[in-house]
Write a protein that binds this ligand. Structure first.
Ligand code: HEC
Length: 155
Protein backbone atom coordinates (compact mmCIF):
# COMPACT_ATOMS: atom_id res chain seq x y z
CA UNK A 1 0.00 0.00 0.00
CA UNK A 2 2.76 2.40 0.98
CA UNK A 3 4.65 1.47 -2.20
CA UNK A 4 1.58 2.18 -4.24
CA UNK A 5 1.30 5.66 -2.70
CA UNK A 6 4.95 6.33 -3.45
CA UNK A 7 4.46 5.49 -7.12
CA UNK A 8 1.42 7.76 -7.35
CA UNK A 9 3.44 10.52 -5.73
CA UNK A 10 6.40 10.09 -8.08
CA UNK A 11 4.16 10.00 -11.12
CA UNK A 12 2.34 13.18 -10.11
CA UNK A 13 5.57 15.02 -9.33
CA UNK A 14 6.99 14.09 -12.72
CA UNK A 15 3.79 15.19 -14.42
CA UNK A 16 4.01 18.56 -12.68
CA UNK A 17 7.65 18.92 -13.69
CA UNK A 18 6.89 18.02 -17.31
CA UNK A 19 4.04 20.49 -17.51
CA UNK A 20 6.24 23.25 -16.02
CA UNK A 21 8.86 22.52 -18.63
CA UNK A 22 6.44 22.78 -21.48
CA UNK A 23 4.98 26.00 -20.12
CA UNK A 24 8.41 27.55 -20.27
CA UNK A 25 8.71 26.66 -23.91
CA UNK A 26 5.52 28.53 -24.70
CA UNK A 27 6.99 31.63 -23.12
CA UNK A 28 9.53 32.46 -25.81
CA UNK A 29 7.50 35.20 -27.46
CA UNK A 30 10.28 36.89 -29.42
CA UNK A 31 11.15 34.01 -31.70
CA UNK A 32 7.55 33.14 -32.15
CA UNK A 33 6.27 36.59 -32.99
CA UNK A 34 8.97 37.29 -35.55
CA UNK A 35 8.20 34.01 -37.28
CA UNK A 36 4.55 34.97 -37.39
CA UNK A 37 5.10 38.41 -38.96
CA UNK A 38 4.65 37.98 -42.65
CA UNK A 39 2.93 34.63 -42.36
CA UNK A 40 -0.26 36.19 -43.72
CA UNK A 41 1.42 37.75 -46.76
CA UNK A 42 1.03 36.45 -50.27
CA UNK A 43 4.18 35.64 -52.16
CA UNK A 44 3.64 38.80 -54.23
CA UNK A 45 3.38 40.94 -51.08
CA UNK A 46 6.48 39.39 -49.62
CA UNK A 47 8.51 40.28 -52.74
CA UNK A 48 6.82 43.53 -53.71
CA UNK A 49 5.37 45.01 -50.56
CA UNK A 50 1.86 45.76 -49.42
CA UNK A 51 -0.08 48.68 -50.84
CA UNK A 52 -1.72 50.05 -53.97
CA UNK A 53 0.84 48.43 -56.30
CA UNK A 54 -0.54 44.93 -56.69
CA UNK A 55 0.97 43.89 -60.01
CA UNK A 56 4.43 43.97 -61.51
CA UNK A 57 5.10 47.29 -63.25
CA UNK A 58 6.21 47.46 -66.84
CA UNK A 59 9.28 49.65 -66.67
CA UNK A 60 10.68 50.97 -69.93
CA UNK A 61 14.02 52.70 -70.43
CA UNK A 62 14.67 55.47 -67.92
CA UNK A 63 12.71 58.62 -68.79
CA UNK A 64 14.79 61.77 -68.06
CA UNK A 65 11.71 64.02 -67.66
CA UNK A 66 10.28 61.70 -65.04
CA UNK A 67 13.67 61.55 -63.31
CA UNK A 68 13.62 65.35 -63.01
CA UNK A 69 10.13 65.39 -61.52
CA UNK A 70 11.15 62.61 -59.15
CA UNK A 71 14.24 64.47 -58.05
CA UNK A 72 12.15 67.52 -57.15
CA UNK A 73 9.83 65.40 -55.03
CA UNK A 74 12.83 63.63 -53.47
CA UNK A 75 14.28 67.03 -52.48
CA UNK A 76 10.99 68.14 -50.94
CA UNK A 77 9.79 65.00 -49.24
CA UNK A 78 12.60 62.55 -48.65
CA UNK A 79 15.85 64.32 -47.84
CA UNK A 80 14.68 65.18 -44.34
CA UNK A 81 15.35 61.52 -43.58
CA UNK A 82 17.32 59.94 -46.41
CA UNK A 83 20.68 60.51 -48.03
CA UNK A 84 21.76 58.66 -51.10
CA UNK A 85 25.09 57.36 -49.84
CA UNK A 86 24.91 57.43 -46.07
CA UNK A 87 22.68 56.08 -43.40
CA UNK A 88 20.66 58.95 -41.91
CA UNK A 89 17.27 58.83 -40.16
CA UNK A 90 16.53 56.04 -42.62
CA UNK A 91 18.69 53.81 -44.85
CA UNK A 92 20.85 55.16 -47.69
CA UNK A 93 18.86 55.01 -50.91
CA UNK A 94 21.32 54.97 -53.81
CA UNK A 95 21.28 51.20 -53.97
CA UNK A 96 17.71 50.66 -52.94
CA UNK A 97 16.76 49.67 -56.49
CA UNK A 98 19.25 46.82 -56.19
CA UNK A 99 18.01 45.52 -52.86
CA UNK A 100 14.23 45.91 -53.33
CA UNK A 101 11.86 45.47 -56.24
CA UNK A 102 10.45 48.64 -57.87
CA UNK A 103 6.98 47.67 -56.64
CA UNK A 104 8.29 47.28 -53.07
CA UNK A 105 9.83 50.76 -53.23
CA UNK A 106 6.57 52.28 -54.46
CA UNK A 107 4.48 50.51 -51.85
CA UNK A 108 6.85 51.73 -49.14
CA UNK A 109 6.42 55.31 -50.38
CA UNK A 110 2.65 54.99 -50.64
CA UNK A 111 1.80 52.83 -47.63
CA UNK A 112 4.57 52.93 -45.03
CA UNK A 113 2.30 52.39 -42.01
CA UNK A 114 1.00 49.03 -43.15
CA UNK A 115 4.44 48.01 -44.39
CA UNK A 116 5.83 48.69 -40.90
CA UNK A 117 3.09 46.64 -39.29
CA UNK A 118 2.90 43.67 -41.63
CA UNK A 119 6.03 43.30 -43.74
CA UNK A 120 8.87 41.44 -41.98
CA UNK A 121 11.62 43.31 -43.87
CA UNK A 122 10.23 46.72 -42.93
CA UNK A 123 9.50 45.62 -39.37
CA UNK A 124 13.15 44.71 -39.11
CA UNK A 125 14.20 48.08 -40.55
CA UNK A 126 11.95 49.89 -38.09
CA UNK A 127 13.56 47.97 -35.23
CA UNK A 128 16.97 48.98 -36.53
CA UNK A 129 16.28 52.65 -37.31
CA UNK A 130 13.80 53.14 -34.47
CA UNK A 131 11.92 55.86 -36.39
CA UNK A 132 8.85 55.17 -38.47
CA UNK A 133 8.93 56.47 -42.03
CA UNK A 134 5.96 58.82 -42.28
CA UNK A 135 3.44 58.86 -45.10
CA UNK A 136 4.33 61.70 -47.49
CA UNK A 137 0.92 61.59 -49.17
CA UNK A 138 2.35 61.04 -52.61
CA UNK A 139 0.07 60.22 -55.53
CA UNK A 140 0.86 57.06 -57.45
CA UNK A 141 2.28 59.29 -60.23
CA UNK A 142 4.53 61.09 -57.72
CA UNK A 143 5.81 57.79 -56.38
CA UNK A 144 6.41 56.53 -59.90
CA UNK A 145 8.51 59.67 -60.59
CA UNK A 146 10.58 59.18 -57.43
CA UNK A 147 11.09 55.56 -58.47
CA UNK A 148 12.46 56.82 -61.80
CA UNK A 149 14.87 59.08 -59.91
CA UNK A 150 16.00 56.13 -57.77
CA UNK A 151 16.46 53.99 -60.89
CA UNK A 152 18.66 56.71 -62.39
CA UNK A 153 20.88 57.28 -59.31
CA UNK A 154 21.19 53.54 -58.71
CA UNK A 155 22.31 52.70 -62.26
C1 HEC B 1 10.42 60.80 -41.26
C2 HEC B 1 11.58 60.28 -41.96
C3 HEC B 1 11.39 59.70 -43.34
C4 HEC B 1 10.90 60.32 -44.48
C5 HEC B 1 10.33 61.73 -44.62
C6 HEC B 1 11.04 59.35 -45.55
N1 HEC B 1 11.57 58.18 -45.07
FE1 HEC B 1 11.91 56.46 -46.12
N2 HEC B 1 12.44 55.51 -44.41
C7 HEC B 1 12.61 56.10 -43.20
C8 HEC B 1 12.99 55.09 -42.23
C9 HEC B 1 13.32 55.35 -40.77
C10 HEC B 1 13.01 53.87 -42.92
C11 HEC B 1 13.26 52.47 -42.35
C12 HEC B 1 11.90 51.81 -42.08
C13 HEC B 1 11.15 52.49 -40.97
O1 HEC B 1 11.73 52.67 -39.89
O2 HEC B 1 9.96 52.86 -41.16
C14 HEC B 1 12.66 54.17 -44.30
C15 HEC B 1 12.60 53.22 -45.31
C16 HEC B 1 12.44 53.52 -46.64
C17 HEC B 1 12.46 52.54 -47.71
C18 HEC B 1 12.56 51.02 -47.49
C19 HEC B 1 13.53 50.28 -48.32
C20 HEC B 1 14.98 50.30 -47.89
O3 HEC B 1 15.57 49.22 -47.84
O4 HEC B 1 15.55 51.36 -47.65
C21 HEC B 1 12.31 53.24 -48.88
C22 HEC B 1 12.25 52.70 -50.29
C23 HEC B 1 12.17 54.63 -48.52
N3 HEC B 1 12.24 54.76 -47.16
C24 HEC B 1 12.00 55.65 -49.44
C25 HEC B 1 11.62 56.95 -49.09
C26 HEC B 1 11.25 57.96 -50.06
C27 HEC B 1 11.34 57.81 -51.55
C28 HEC B 1 10.85 59.07 -49.33
C29 HEC B 1 10.29 60.36 -49.87
C30 HEC B 1 9.08 60.24 -50.66
C31 HEC B 1 10.99 58.74 -47.92
N4 HEC B 1 11.46 57.44 -47.82
C32 HEC B 1 10.68 59.58 -46.87
C33 HEC B 1 12.43 57.42 -42.90
C34 HEC B 1 11.83 58.36 -43.73
Amino acid sequence: MLNHLKIVLIVSISLILISCGSEKKEETPQNQSSAEVGADLTEFEFENGIGPIKEKLELGPIDPKLVKKGEEIWNQKCIACHKLDERYVGPAQRDVIKRRTPEFIMNMMLNPEEMQKRHPVVKQLLAEYMTPMTNQNLTIDDARAVLEFLREVGK
